[in-house]
Write a protein that binds this ligand. Structure first.
Ligand SMILES: [Zn+2]
Ligand SMILES: [Zn+2]
Ligand SMILES: [Zn+2]
Ligand SMILES: [Zn+2]
Length: 345
């Protein structure tokens, strides 16, 4: 059975006995003293992001108001440090550096002066649109293995192509292991506006899909703002099971050895054509390049990164939502629902 989406205010009930945690209060929108909120959010540290206007998306970056209170918070609790994306990378192998602050809103256009992170909701303080309505992007070249914390496949032909080679081919990503003719053949089978050619809408499309399909807060506990201590183990179990059973990176087979059919559309795939393979489904299962999509959002699986559940392809976001509810305010996967059963009022 699929659980319905809870609101974070349910956490107030779930945490029980009239004791509400700081996180539950923040996410439920209960206003506390602002200094106290800033302390929770920043961990009471100076912000390396302060020196950079459009710097990396450091974890737990507070709003500008939050930072003002931060100095006071620092005196209160000097021992808590917050982690940068690089710190998290060293601990978990997951590296996510996104640029959001100050980015224009794609739906309000001129009305928003630029994304300003709300303290606990994933919305903009300026225009109230969701973070993803803004032009959130990556400043750096993104290697999807770094983003999800995977070692490249032992097969050298499936190693991600280096930054230099990819950019010199004129793309922000190309499928590994293909000749330049086959790369063109692969991209020719995709809608033009979805091909990640540098300086085109397709480059933006890929960037956005990385953020949407592989949400950083699903990838490592350190990127979660509202994961309560009691649920860290559940989160880690979720990550381990997913990484072992479900999450993987597909590849393009450049030359089919016999006629076969596409698993998605049941259409023909002829000998000699190229196709996409999801190893977790078996290496003889093939897809048209444009059929390698998430079953829920129906977007092309970004950089061929997929999850599998009951033989169906999903992006990571929608895989996670098949098994866990996601909070619509903070966009984090929710674990407390599994203990609420044991909680009686
Ligand atoms: Zn807006
Ligand atoms: Zn905005
Ligand atoms: Zn197909
Ligand atoms: Zn999806």
């Amino acid at each position: 059975m699929r659980l319905s989406k809870p609101s974070c205010s349910m956490k107030l009930i779930a945490s029980g006995k009239g004791q509400t945690s700081d996180n539950a209060q923040k996410c439920a929108g209960i206003d506390k003293d602002e200094t106290e909120q800033a302390r929770i959010l920043t961990g009471g540290s100076n912000m390396p992001g302060d020196s950079v206007t459009h710097g990396a998306d450091f974890l737990l970056r507070p709003s500008r108001e939050g930072r003002m209170a931060d100095n006071i918070a620092n005196m209160k609790d000097p021992n808590q440090n917050f982690k940068t994306a690089m710190d998290i990378f060293h601990e978990t192998g997951v590296l996510v550096q996104e640029v959001d602050e100050g980015q224009p809103c794609l739906s309000c256009r001129d009305k928003c002066s630029g994304f300003s992170p709300h303290m606990w909701r994933t919305i903009c303080n300026n225009c109230k649109c969701p973070r993803e309505a803004h032009d959130v992007c990556h400043e750096e070249f993104v290697n999807v293995c770094d983003r999800i914390g995977f070692q490249p496949s032992p097969e050298p032909s499936r190693h991600p192509i280096s930054k230099e080679k990819t950019l010199s081919a004129g793309y922000s990503w190309v499928p590994p292991g293909l000749s330049s003719e086959k790369i063109e053949e692969y991209f020719n089978q995709l809608p033009n506006n979805l091909v990640p050619q540098l300086g085109t809408p397709g480059e933006k499309y890929r960037d956005r899909q990385l953020i949407l399909q592989l949400p950083k807060q699903d990838l490592a506990a350190a990127y979660c703002k509202f994961l309560e201590k009691d649920f860290v183990k559940s989160f880690d179990d979720f990550v381990n099971t997913r990484n072992e059973m479900a999450l993987d990176i597909g590849f393009v087979r450049d030359h089919l050895e016999r006629d076969t059919e596409c698993k998605k559309c049941s259409g023909e795939l002829c000998m000699g054509e190229l196709c996409v393979v999801a190893p977790k489904l078996g290496e003889d299962v093939s897809f048209h390049p444009s059929c390698f999509i998430c079953n829920v959002c129906e977007e092309l699986l970004v950089d061929l990164t997929y999850c599998i559940l009951d033989d169906v392809l999903y992006c990571e976001r929608h895989y996670a939502e098949q098994t866990k509810p996601r909070c619509s305010a903070c966009d984090e996967v929710n674990f407390f629902m599994f203990t609420i059963k044991n909680f009686s009022l």
